[in-house]
Write a protein that binds this ligand. Structure first.
Ligand code: GLN
Length: 499
């Protein structure tokens, strides 16, 4: 079958088989997709290539394949969100601040995927320092949604989502601080999973909000996400003190295991899915709700039962997140001062003036806004009223989830209240962007794993994702559940016209 298929139509699993069966070489696959990425450069999905480095990686993979080695990612092309530092490519974090930055080392996630033989095609566009929801905060160019190029692909991992949805790469890395894997996956009709906080090492991820940042895979299917996450996850305690000392798991193997008590017709039998009433209210657009309900009916057919639950502090997740994330960002971004890292102004009077000019010139408006908010909420006299209070409510939000998990095994709902909006529609209105994060922020604040699974289409024929949230370390169960759904449906196989 694979011989008749084009490289860009193949997912990770299919490519891996074609490579192992020598129907295709890794060099051929990489060249094919690099050419395709160039053809579709107008999408704004990529920020950097290094063809020589990519082909060297592919040649090395072909040599390993020729020697009979076989791993699920060996020779498979992937690409990285430009927030992971890489030795072979520049790293900008979507910011002019790091325009000429070249890292001397690879992020742990990058290194682990490379060790498994994945071949990196380049770096993918993102909102500046991962702050945003549309990739329109990228300092270089906005990324476009392949389903309708006048719309955003979501953000901040919008380049990753657009590239996968357009068939420029079968899978990509992303990061999620408050929704940046799940929301772009939903907007572009692909699958993405944000693992439990600490599951993937943050070493070499340009830090935005350290207590929230988490890496994860984005691909067309849960099966492909499982293959990447197996390589990405696992302890890295020597280099990231918040990395969890929890043994690595084989998520691909987990997909093959049947749930206890399940049958072939009812693979999800016994699974209780909780629907938070706060996620299904008037704030969610009717077209999104319709797609989500139709998907939930499918989960029921597969044997799952639906129970109504409540996450009463959902609304508070927005003010809490938009205090904590900017606070941590203001601290993390202090290193970009034109001395330790980053752009330095050409002309200045003294040291303070140099800091001021360098940072004013190189940080975009959203980043400057967050630094100001963060500095304010951490300042003497306001710390207790804002930051400390936000931390207290964060704890209560996490407790609400634990209460909910006494009634259900998994939580489901929309990923975002609407489908992808038009580029420019929310650019001048930061609050409108923040409010659209309503369904993803609480999961991040609680440190729980969450994923987005293609569930249908809404207004303007734009994709809608169903969000699944599990308890800590339940990534395997989330992926199994999504995989069962994807075996019964074909939403994840739909591709945008023209791609
Ligand atoms: N949209 C959210 C923000 O702007 C989330 C971003 C993210 O997860 N990196 O902060």
């Amino acid at each position: 079958m694979s011989a008749a298929r084009n490289v860009h139509q193949m997912g990770v699993a299919e490519l891996s088989t074609a490579l192992a069966e020598k129907k295709l070489s890794s060099v051929e696959a990489a060249q094919d997709l690099l050419a395709r990425a160039r053809t579709h450069a107008g999408l704004g999905a990529y920020l950097a290539f290094n063809e020589a480095a990519t082909l060297a990686q592919a040649q090395a993979a072909d040599a390993r394949l020729a020697a009979g080695e076989r791993t699920p990612l060996l020779g498979v092309p992937i690409a990285h969100k430009d927030i992971f530092v890489t030795r072979d490519f520049p790293t900008t974090a979507g910011s002019k601040m790091l325009e000429s930055y070249q890292s001397p080392f690879d992020a742990t996630v990058v290194q682990r995927l490379a060790q498994q033989g994945a071949v990196s095609l380049g770096k993918l566009n993102c909102d500046e320092f991962a702050m945003g929801s549309g990739t329109d905060n990228s300092a270089y160019a906005p990324a476009h949604n392949p389903w309708d190029v006048s719309r955003v692909p979501g953000g901040s991992s919008g380049g990753s989502a657009a590239a996968v949805a357009a068939g420029l790469v079968p899978a990509a890395t992303g990061t999620d601080t408050g929704g940046s894997i799940r929301q772009p996956a939903s907007f572009c009709g692909i699958t993405g999973i944000k693992p439990t906080y600490g599951r993937c090492s943050r070493y070499g991820m340009v830090a935005f909000a350290s207590s929230l940042d988490q890496a994860g895979p984005m691909a067309r299917s849960a099966q492909d996400c499982a293959a990447l996450l197996t390589a990405m996850a696992g302890p890295d305690i020597d280099r990231d003190s918040t990395s969890l000392d929890h043994p690595a798991e084989d998520y691909s193997a987990a997909l093959l295991q049947a749930r206890a008590g399940a049958s072939a017709a009812q693979p999800l039998k016994g699974l209780r899915i909780g629907l938070p009433q706060e996620f299904f209210g008037a704030g969610c657009a009717p077209d999104v709700l319709a797609a989500v309900h139709a998907a939930l009916a499918e989960y029921q057919k597969l044997g799952a039962s639906l129970v109504e639950i409540s996450l009463p502090r959902t609304e508070l997740s927005i003010p809490v997140y938009y205090v904590i994330a900017p606070a941590e960002a203001s601290s993390n971004l202090s290193r970009f001062d034109g001395v330790k890292f980053g752009h330095r102004a050409a002309q200045y009077d003294d040291l303070t003036d140099m800091y001021k000019k360098s940072r004013s010139e190189a940080f975009g408006p959203e980043v400057q806004r967050r630094i100001m908010i963060g500095t304010y909420v951490l300042s003497h006299g306001y710390y207790d009223a804002y930051y400390l209070q936000a931390q207290r409510i964060r704890r209560l939000i996490a407790q609400d989830f634990q209460q909910a998990f006494t009634q259900c095994d998994m939580i489901a709902g929309p990923v975002a209240p609407t489908v992808a909006w038009k580029i420019g529609e929310k650019s001048e209105d930061p609050l409108a962007n923040y409010l659209a994060d309503i369904y993803t922020l609480s999961t991040s604040l609680a440190g729980l794993p969450g994923m987005s699974v293609p569930a249908g289409f809404g207004a303007g024929n734009m994709p809608v994702g169903l969000q699944l949230v599990g308890n800590y370390f339940r990534e395997a169960e989330l992926l199994q559940t999504a995989h069962a759904f994807q075996k019964a449906t074909d939403w994840h196989l739909k591709t945008p016209e023209g791609f």
